[in-house]
Design a protein around this ligand. Structure first.
Ligand code: GRF
Length: 225
């Protein structure tokens, strides 16, 4: 299957947008993708500022203006379609997307989650990893399906949990990993090596294992933040 070059992507945010920034920076450094729109469901998202500074089109679609979840999803799908993205990147988008939305963009919505899924779905993942006395923690990029944080895993990067780590220290370390992993995954997609079919991620045509591609040393790599 051929992909457009540069790969048109839409980024959905709700907050700070540091992952958006990492993608913007990676594109500036040669990642063959183009952000066709940044959509936020919150007008206060700092990520909107980042997008504007990068000269990207932005939209604010507040869920408060929609009567029902379905109405919001329909509005979001219509707006997205008008930009023709090949990939939809959820980057801290704090909104569950319903099945009718997901059906409109099969195999094309990715999310990043701050834990080694299937461990610690939902919020407060850093505290959860400490409470569980995990020895490793990390980040997962996965395909979005109807069940929250449960879609097929595309890639994971991990860090060892050190004595003295706190939820805040883990959050910082995991963010660094996120900023490295998401552009790698988008780059694989843009190169045509990674694709998803029937909700299965395939790399070079081969089905990925259940934990996806694993990056054990991404935190040690000396790459630009
Ligand atoms: C990240 O930790 C991501 O894993 C989660 O939401 C957070 C978004 O952070 N889904 P940012 O807005 O990209 O800084």
């Amino acid at each position: 299957m051929s992909v457009k070059n540069p790969l048109p992507i839409a980024v959905l945010i709700s907050g700070n947008g540091s992952n958006l920034q990492a993608i913007i920076d990676a594109i500036a450094s040669g990642l063959p993708a183009k952000i066709v729109v940044v959509i936020s469901n919150s007008e206060n998202a700092y990520g909107l500022e980042r997008a504007k500074q990068a000269g990207l089109p932005t939209e604010i679609l507040s869920h408060h203006s929609s009567q029902t979840r379905d109405a919001f999803d329909t509005m979001l799908a219509e707006h997205l379609n008008s930009y023709q993205p090949e990939l939809i990147i959820l980057a801290g988008f704090m909104r569950i997307l319903g099945p009718s939305f997901l059906d409109k963009f099969p195999n094309r919505i990715l999310n990043i989650h701050p834990s080694l899924l299937p461990k610690h779905r939902g919020l407060n993942t850093h505290k959860a990893a400490l409470d569980a006395k995990d020895t490793n923690h990390g980040v997962t990029v996965h395909l979005v399906t109807a069940e929250l944080d449960a879609g097929p895993i595309i890639a994971q990067a991990m860090i060892p949990i050190a004595p003295g780590d706190t939820p805040d220290s883990l959050k910082e370390k995991v963010h660094t990993l996120e900023h490295r992993l998401y552009p790698i995954v988008i780059g694989l997609y843009a190169s045509g090596r990674l694709r998803c079919e029937n909700n299965h991620p395939l790399l070079d045509g081969l089905k990925l294992p259940e934990n996806g591609m694993r990056f054990a040393h991404l935190h040690n790599m000396d790459c630009k933040e």
